[in-house]
Design a protein around this ligand. Structure first.
Ligand code: GTP
Ligand code: MG
Length: 238
């Protein structure tokens, strides 16, 4: 059996986490020859996220350093060694875990190394993203396409699938602790010449309350875009 490890970083996601885990298409993936391990990274949750996740079959990893980047990097470090494909998505049920097969198929077929679920070119529900966030995402995506020649259409998406080998090579170079983690991963993967493609996905209004700060976090993401511009691929392969 091949193995898919699903990472779900969570900061107080008791409203969404059960459905995110339940809707993972385990039976369809089994038919493709995959077993699925689910890891919820508990990033200082003060609600019932961990208990609900455990009741739904997830393994809990605790990360006390606050921030999505810290949670994701710790998830990567705890991946089972025999993982073939890694998937990441939010715990707020805004991304649909039942659409996971669509991200996995191009990697399973060796079409590419990385698949990003794209909301901007996908089925984005009207109230799922504010106008400001949407405009910021379009701008950041444009900047990545121009400067990194990255074949991406939604640079702030939180739904990814990777061939595990990409994680092994990328992990030593990751340092973002917050919401810049996706920009850091995309710009570094582009510099490392990994093949990245985008698949349209559904994006719905999140369950629970948002703690994203569009201006502050947007500026940090923009800074990460600029900081990696001078990165040389040789440095990343060292
Ligand atoms: N806000 C926040 N989220 C975290 C943190 N650590 C892990 N996460 C998780 O990271 C994922 C993305 O965070 P979200 O708050 O959903 O951010 P977003 O998807 O960009 O924006 P909204 O869904 O519109 O709020 C969620 O599953 C969070 O629970 C943290 O320290 N702060
Ligand atoms: Mg979210």
């Amino acid at each position: 059996m091949k193995k898919i490890s699903v990472l779900i970083p969570c900061f107080n996601e008791e409203k969404g986490i059960a459905n995110v885990i339940k809707d993972i298409p385990k039976h369809k993936l089994k038919a493709l020859g995959y077993e699925v391990d689910v890891f919820v990274i508990d990033n200082n949750c003060s609600d019932k996220t961990s208990g609900i996740a455990r009741d739904n079959g997830a393994e809990i990893i605790h990360e006390p350093r606050q921030g999505k980047g810290n949670a994701i990097i710790t998830g990567f470090k705890n991946l089972p060694k025999d993982t073939d494909i890694v998937v990441m998505l939010d715990g707020d049920n805004s991304y649909k875990s039942h659409e996971m097969l669509r991200l996995i198929e191009p990697i399973d077929n060796k079409f590419c190394d990385v698949v990003i679920g794209t909301r901007l070119s996908g089925k984005m529900h009207d109230d799922s993203m504010t106008f400001l966030n949407r405009a910021g995402n379009w701008l950041l995506t444009f900047l990545v396409r121009v400067a990194y020649h990255g074949n991406v259409t939604d640079v702030c998406s939180g739904y990814f699938a990777w061939n595990k080998k990409v994680i092994d090579m990328m992990l030593p170079h990751l340092k973002s602790n917050g919401f810049s983690i996706e920009m850091e991963m995309i710009t570094k993967m582009a510099r490392m010449d990994f093949e990245i493609y985008s698949i349209p996905i559904t994006y719905e209004k999140r369950e629970g309350t948002s703690s994203l700060d569009p201006i502050n976090d947007g500026l940090k993401i923009m800074y990460t875009w600029g900081r990696n511009l001078t990165l040389k691929s040789e440095k990343l392969s060292a």
